[in-house]
Design a protein around this ligand. Structure first.
Ligand code: PMV
Length: 292
């Protein structure tokens, strides 16, 4: 059988950037993601060839022996964990060549090699969710905790159309931390507290509580400097259309925003008016309803 693998896309509900510095973060895996199929001597997808080559070499496989096909159900570079989904899918496919057992540990160790090419200094949250799916409370370097929601979380995900660069955003935050250490650490601490509030809100399906923490997290991310005018406008419009909370998701500098919307139609309509492709996802439900 052709070696192949799948990695889930994800959204970070709370805690991006702070998670790189040891704060807890909450993420949810999407049912959609990225598939990779390896074809001996086949064509290569040049957008991700550097990461593929690094991972293949790490797995003692000659990269030039293999071509690979990538089929992405999520936009790459939009804050939905596309690079991690690719890295996890590729790791599974490469392990299949060796017929090695695809344990989570083996997949994540190899996926991390790809993530380092994309990210520079990945916390590991993206790859862990890409591998597992579901809800996750993640702290760098510790065992992740799988969470359960009593009912699906009603999320609208919207793509601003601006393309952020995760590595550049992570580097910019590192720079800010170097220049304004205490102030930046204080902002990370707030994100850690908000992740804690959200961790308690989810098992109780307390969407008001979760929404408020999302709004607060967006303000903190603005202060950290990773939001854009378009992300801010999208969040504002989503709230005005009835969302209980809205924030950017992922590295920022563009990419996607998420809105907590038990009544999604007006929110989807408002974001459509801004020209943002958006879809509703009952996170935790079997399959998303795609729109736009
Ligand atoms: O932009 P994305 O989806 O790759 O998310 C990156 C999340 C960060 O916290 C900004 C970086 C990381 O490695 O955790």
């Amino acid at each position: 059988m052709t070696p192949h693998g799948f990695g889930h896309g994800k959204v970070i509900l709370i805690g991006e950037h702070a998670v790189v510095y040891g704060q807890p973060a909450l993420a949810v895996g999407l049912d959609v993601g990225v598939r990779v199929r390896l074809v001996r001597g086949g064509p290569r997808d040049l957008r991700v060839a550097e990461a593929f080559d690094a991972m293949a070499r790490h797995a003692d496989i000659n990269p030039s022996d293999w071509g690979f096909e990538v089929s992405a159900q999520i936009p790459l570079g939009a804050g939905l964990g596309g690079s991690a989904a690719f890295s996890v899918a590729t790791a599974k496919a490469l392990l299949a060549i060796h017929k090695a057992p695809a344990t989570e540990e083996a997949i994540l160790a190899l996926a991390n090699v790809g993530e380092e090419v994309f990210h520079g200094n990945p916390s590991g949250i993206d790859a862990t969710v890409a591998c597992r799916g579901g809800f996750l409370r993640f702290v760098k370097g510790r065992a992740s905790q799988q969470l359960r929601a009593p009912e699906p979380i009603p999320l609208v995900i919207a793509d601003t159309g601006e393309r952020g660069n995760t590595r550049a955003q992570v580097d910019a935050v590192a720079q800010r931390r170097e220049e304004q250490g205490e102030a930046t650490e204080a902002l990370f601490d707030i994100l850690g507290v908000l992740a804690g509030v959200a961790t308690e809100a989810i098992p109780e399906a307390n969407w008001k509580g979760l929404g408020s923490s999302m709004d607060a997290a967006h303000s903190v991310l603005q202060r950290i400097g990773v939001s854009t005018e378009r992300l801010d406008t999208g969040c504002k419009w989503a709230r005005e259309a009835g969302a209980l909370g809205a924030k950017l998701t992922g590295a920022g500098g563009g990419g996607c925003l998420i809105a907590l919307a038990p009544d999604p139609d007006p929110v989807l309509g408002a974001l459509d008016e801004l020209g943002m492709a958006s879809f509703y996802l009952a996170a935790g439900a079997p399959s998303p309803t795609l729109k736009g």
